[in-house]
Design a protein around this ligand. Structure first.
Ligand SMILES: C[S@@+](CC[C@H](N)C(=O)[O-])C[C@H]1O[C@@H](n2cnc3c(N)ncnc32)[C@H](O)[C@@H]1O
Ligand SMILES: [Zn+2]
Length: 386
């Protein structure tokens, strides 16, 4: 197979990969075929999560935006669950590399590469009755254009893994984009990364609901430049209704950090009950758990997790495991300390103090200096003052 650009071979996980020369030096999107070494951890999560989610082999997956096939090859080689994979990319050079990389790893016949629009691949799989057990949707930017077809292409009780890199919109930093792209009311908070996970989980739930399916998160992470939600897909109107009932709003006061969880639109807006300032409503956001504890435990106790190559992903998952599941926000200790007019204490100290007062408290995986707690912000700030 002819390539009209120079390549080098490198190793990621168990995969040998032919990648364009210039990887690491040149921006991934400027290469003849997309490959981002910094996204290795995203691929690690995909391997760990699918290995833990599916309990037997013979499974199938699709990756509609596959780049040069790094993720698809690794899923085939490392998750020990997949017997067949469908990987497409709109860029012809990427599509050629998918095929070459499949062959380089002995996957000809089981990993099929397509030079095709991702939506077309997904629709074909669904229309031809070849729905897969797992769809990995990994765009540059927003997954919105591909999400509905991804859910269509997944079997009931299957899994989707969805990334987004438009963090400005999903964290609430870019309110306008959140509004026009996702119909979400977001704004800046001190827990923007938590908002990003819950916004993406909400988008998955709403999109699935439209197709009479439910999408319930089993793992959600924010790392480096991306947010990623893995969600279980099930069919049925009742399931869809149950899932979207985990959507709701937060009322957030930037002045004193007070946050209230509000199930529906009633009681939105107005004044902060704690300090009287104007509050802002955020949502709809996924307010249910962002993870399935048994899946996370399974991933962490798997053989894969002992492989040093997964070290960073495993460290993140351990943090994820500790997080309070039912507190949909967090506080950076520096912001609490600023309002208490003291120097920031260590997170460990603060968590111990909160627990000794009878509150629940944990760290968060996306910010080493933030805390999740069911104590009201005023209580935490009071504690710091004292
Ligand atoms: C972030 S990269 C994928 C990286 C890959 N998933 C990995 O883990 O290495 C996004 C890819 O989507 C491809 N792409 C963009 N629009 C597409 C479309 N409509 N259909 C198929 N591929 C598309 C781009 O060419 C690019 O290779
Ligand atoms: Zn307030």
């Amino acid at each position: 197979m002819e390539l009209d650009f120079p390549t080098i071979e490198l190793v990621e996980g168990k995969a040998r990969l032919m990648v364009p020369e210039g990887v690491g030096r040149i921006e991934p999107s400027k290469l003849p075929a997309f490959y981002n070494p910094a996204s290795k951890i995203s691929r690690d999560f995909a391997v760990l999560t699918t290995a833990a989610y599916f309990d037997s082999s013979g499974r199938t997956f699709a990756e509609p935006l596959a780049g040069l096939g790094a993720r698809a090859v690794r899923l085939m080689l490392e998750a020990s669950r997949f017997s067949e994979g469908f990987a497409s990319d709109i860029n012809e050079r990427s599509a050629r590399l998918i095929e070459l990389n499949a062959r380089l790893n002995g996957l000809e016949g089981s990993l099929r590469g397509y030079h095709m629009d991702g939506n077309l691949l997904l629709v074909k799989l669904a229309a031809e009755g070849a729905r897969v057990h797992y769809v990995d949707l990994d765009p540059s930017g927003s997954p919105a254009r591909f999400l509905e077809n991804s859910i269509r292409a997944v079997r009931s009780e299957g899994l989707i893994g969805v990334s987004a890199t438009d963090l400005a919109a999903l964290t609430g930093a870019s309110q306008r984009t959140a509004r026009w792209r996702y119909s979400l009311n977001l704004s800046r908070t001190v827990f923007g990364k938590e908002v990003a996970m819950r916004a993406l989980a909400a988008i998955c739930a709403v999109t699935a609901g439209r197709l009479s399916r439910s999408a319930v998160p089993v793992l959600s992470v924010v790392k480096a430049h991306f947010v990623r939600v893995f969600a279980r897909i099930e069919r049925g109107k009742l399931r869809a209704f149950e899932a979207v009932s985990a959507l709701g709003y937060l009322r957030y006061c930037d002045s004193c950090l007070s946050v209230e969880v509000i199930g529906d639109l009633q009681g939105l807006g107005g004044r902060c009950p704690s300090c009287g300032s104007d509050v802002r409503a955020l949502g709809p956001l996924w307010l249910g758990p962002l993870k399935d504890d048994s899946l996370v435990n399974k991933a962490l106790s798997s053989e894969l997790a002992e492989d040093p190559g997964f070290g960073e992903a495993v460290r993140v998952l351990k943090r994820v495991r500790e997080e309070l599941p039912d507190v949909p926000y967090s506080y950076p200790v520096s912001e609490l300390a600023r309002r208490a007019r003291c120097s920031p204490p260590s997170v460990t100290w603060l968590i111990e103090q909160l627990r000794s007062l009878g509150f629940r408290a944990s760290r968060v995986h996306y910010d080493g200096s933030a805390v999740k707690t069911d104590a009201p912000a005023s209580e935490v700030i009071g504690l710091l003052r004292a």
